[in-house]
Design a protein around this ligand. Sequence first.
Ligand code: ADP
Length: 506
Amino acid sequence: MNSLANDLSRLSASSRRYLAARHRLFIGGEFVDSVAQDEISVIDPTSGEQVARVPAGGEADIDRAVTAARKAFDSGPWPRLTGPQRERMLLRLADLLETAAEEVSQIESVNSGRTLVATKAFDVDLSVDYLRYMAGWATKIHGQTMNPSVPYLPGGKFFAMTVREPVGVVGAITPWNVPLGQAIWKVAPALAAGCTIVLKPAEQTPLTALRFAQVVAEAGIPEGVVNVVTGYGETAGAALVAHPGVEKISFTGSTGVGRSIGAAAAQQLKRFTLELGGKSPMVVMGDADLDIAIPGTAMGIFANHGQNCCAGSRLFVHDSVYEKVIDGIARIARNLKLGPALSPDTDMGPLISKAQQQRVLEYIRSGVADGARVVAGGNELPGPGAYVQPTILTDVRPSMNCVREEIFGPVLAATRFRELGEVIERANETTFGLGASVWTQNLDLAHWFIRQFKAGTVWINTHGVLDLAVPFGGIKQSGIGHELGGEAINHHTTLKSVLASLREPR
Ligand code: ADP
């Protein structure tokens, strides 16, 4: 057997049973066959082999799912439950997902190529924590009161308040890089706010969303509140965006697709939040603590195989520490053990697909053709797996594709700098604006970078760390709106203003 392929006998009996099962769409509280009858072949990227098949839902399936979500919102119990009732249901969902942790992380690892440590941490544990975090928000959604003066009605007395109401039916479209994690980022706030939802997971990684649907059914979430339709983006995804029964689209994915989704949603003046691509800079100053900066920047790019929207894919190192930092990151890159997701000694699995592997390799090749130097990695591993070595390119120029465009793979483009003015200009010289980090021990410098970086999130002496309580979103071509924290509740509610004329009691 190819040693770079997953040994599926490592899977638990329940995971194997799940993979072998006939998968169906989850609509109106039931698992149902797709009207479309087409199927998607689900691939293990360590081997290129099919591990499951799921329905390729189409427009008619989306219509059924939206109709179910619409009914659940318009006349079902969910939006009418009290905060504490929704809180209890979300806590129950979290408990049941936690119980299924081993199976869910195994399925996710087989399907996404990421290690069990990664899928357990980011697809299961963080999802469980987020459901609990959002359960807490269900009891804390409220408006404000105001004391209006209404100057053009002198003598009038008024009282005013705002009320937050659930936005309605949410259409959620998610990517393949952290499949269940991304789905729960959308499901949890929607449920806490009293919305209903139709989730369309990425066609490459649909399995854990459907497994989560089982958890939803088991938890007793009312029918139609959560619906999962697997399918392709151009068909199922586009139908969800276009459906007039959907009030809000929550999308995470590439900038190109996000732009077309935003345009389509705007046609109907539908609300939308877009979490898109990035080309985030990491700046290492001469005074940085290199014992932290070297492993930190290495993980800033190589975590999740570089398949992170906030990956630190552009590195700027001060001239005085440049060689030391590049040598240190290169040593880490060379020591990362590439291998199958299910092997306990693997540090980094394959990319999501052969297509993605070839795309990433093309960026490396074009960088080299334009004069970049490979100081670590640079190649695929032989065989059918979608492996790419963690790669560091130096001698890069701002005009190169590997510096300008999002690669979504383990490729770092590194350059040196001497002046502050020079580095901030180059760090901000990107169409994206998702994240940025600076590594320094100087407080004044750190605060200067906080103000200067044009990015939705700034990290100091770390990169890519996200927390459930901290809003996450991009500026420029990296998106519109935020996920996580209280902002996620704001994006799933609408504000109703109430103004009352007061009279003296008679
Ligand atoms: P990637 O390039 O990382 O695969 P995409 O932006 O293509 O990212 O995909 C992210 C999600 O968007 C997936 O669920 C995909 O099916 C969906 N998608 C792709 N194209 C469209 C589209 N035209 N309309 C709606 N959803 C889409």
